[in-house]
Every structure is written in structure tokens, then in C-alpha cells.
Design a protein around this ligand. Sequence first.
Ligand SMILES: Nc1ncnc2c1ncn2[C@@H]1O[C@H](COP(=O)(O)OP(=O)(O)OP(=O)(O)O)[C@@H](O)[C@H]1O
Length: 239
Amino acid sequence: MVLKVGNLSVTYGQKQAVDSISFEVKPGQVFGLLGANGAGKSSTIAAVLGIEKSTHEELSIVGKSPLRNRKDIFEQVGVQFQETNFQDKLTVSEACEQWRSLYKKTADVPALLHTFGLADKEKQLVKSLSGGERQRLAVLLALIPEPKLVFLDELTTGLDTKARRMLWKELLTMKENGLAIVLTSHYMDEVEVLCDEILILREGQTTFHGTIQEVLVASGQPTLEDAYLHFAGEEEYWG
Ligand SMILES: Nc1ncnc2c1ncn2[C@@H]1O[C@H](COP(=O)(O)OP(=O)(O)OP(=O)(O)O)[C@@H](O)[C@H]1O
């Protein structure tokens, strides 16, 4: 297992944002952490990475504790957040270089730039990239340490259809090569293409944990989107 989470809870003052959730992720597995806005996805990821305080019975990434082995984990785990803050005056290649310098062992950056369709943007300032290009750069940076496990938060939000498909294809190839991925997404087409297993959160609690096949059966719904809405508690908005 590259990730083991046992009875993890996150509390902010009186607010229980994550309530005793458990899951495991294997090499080459794509795990989808799903739920409505405010369901507890980001809090879970922050707690798993040791950035947010949590209580838990078990918590290990690549066999190590994120609380005691931060440096080892940093070398083996990639993270892409919703809004990566880039420095204003950096070009794309400078941003990659700066990121690369943080790690001992790194991926081939020109090859990644090519893969992500950013090779011709190398000299461009990051702040002048389009939203979708910046998003692709954020995913690329998460892959620079050649991680065993990568956390991708709202992977393709803001990307056009072609860029989304390109990214899915690349991630599926990396998955074939053993990369484990924890994904948050609000797009069920993406979840259906990428995820082997999903966990649906509703107000911090697990309402479903299993495969796409299983969620369809358990919900009795015809599509993944309907099944998701059923377990995420969003269907009441439709009356
Ligand atoms: N620092 C904090 N202090 C107090 N409450 C917080 C804090 N961070 C998050 N919360 C609350 O905890 C709950 C879970 O938030 P979280 O960001 O984990 O949700 P999410 O599932 O990632 O949502 P989204 O899809 O909108 O990104 C929300 O009700 C949020 O308002």
C-alpha cells in the first residue's frame, strides 16, 4: 500500500470536518475522493499530508508517517493544489527549474513539458499563461519528483475538452507504470475514466466506498452522476 488511512478525523473548533474515514491506495491505483463543496475532501488531504491536525488510528504514506518522516515523503509524493501560487516574474522553465532543485531525483522536465503541451511556452511568464495552461503546469510540477503517489485536487477544472483528454491519457499511462493517484473531482465523466475506487463524503462522513460498478448497484441509479448525487446528498436540490 502506498497510502493507509484508518479512522481519520479532522475538527476545526466545534466543526467536525472529517469524521472517522478509512481507505487504502495501492500502487497503480487511482482513488477518487468525492463529495459536495465543504464535504471534507481538502481537509482529508491536508490531514493525510500532515499539514492539518487530525486524530487517526493509522496514517502512512509510502510506508512512513507524514508527521515523523516529512522529508522522505516530500521526495516520493507529488501534490497539486487547486490554486498553486506562482511567483510573478518566473518563466515556465524557471518555475520548473526552481521546483526541480527541491528534489534529489527528478523526472525529465523537457519530456514532461512536451507531454503537457507546454514545450513552446517555456520562455513565457507563468502569470501570462492561460488558466488551463497554468493548471497543466501545476500538474506537471506535481510529477517532477517522479512520485510514487500524487494528490491531484480538481485535476481538470478549467481545462478544455482536448486538454482534459490529453491529461487523462497521460495519467492512465503513468498509472500503468505504477503511479498511485488520489484525485478529487466534481466531474463524474473524469471519475469514470480514471478511478478504480471511490469514496464519497457527505458532511465529513463516508456515505459510499467501493468501485464504480458497486456504486451503481448500491444506489440503484442508472449513471455514475446519479449514483454520486444520491450518496453525496445533492439530489434534493433537484426536488
Ligand atoms: N480552517 C478552517 N476552520 C474552520 N472550518 C474549516 C476550516 N477549513 C475548512 N473548514 C470547514 O470544513 C468543512 C470541510 O471543508 P473542506 O475544504 O475540507 O471541503 P472540500 O470537500 O474540500 O470542499 P470544496 O469542494 O469546496 O473544495 C467546510 O465546512 C469548511 O467550511
